[in-house]
Design a binder for this molecule. Sequence first.
Ligand SMILES: [Cu+2]
Length: 164
Amino acid sequence: MTLLRTFATALLFASASLHAQEDKAIAVGKAVARATVGKQPNGAAFLQIENRGKTDDALLSASSPAASRVEIHTMSMEGDVMRMRALDRLEIKAGQAVVMKPGGGAHLMLMGLKKPLAAGESIPMTLNFRNAGKVEVTAEVAAMGMPKPAAAADAHAHGHHHHD
Ligand SMILES: [Cu+2]
């Protein structure tokens, strides 16, 4: 029981100092954005969000100078159709992590890209959390999940044209 009591005391201390440290509770892992093909209007970004704190948090919104707006999306299979829908927020419970990855689940949708996302570039993003506030991340752009090699080759060929 002594151990339990020690633990409870530690917890008490932890929650007392939590308010000062709350902005450090959220850790964002490597962020990547998928390189776009041709004139694709939207792109997708994936990252890991870990809540190391003792309070549930939530990603409320995100933004990037690379896109008109950023939406929090979730993707799921309905029968054999992949459907995406926008979320109001993405909950990250205390002590848990959300791992976004290509091919399913949550992702950030970059709506209205200012220019195509080319592999090797990086784009800044600002994440806005309910408790942790604003967190700045940099997403590396990488070619991934390209269904056909031909499409990828085509994207590369068009990658150096600038119309601005
Ligand atoms: Cu999406």
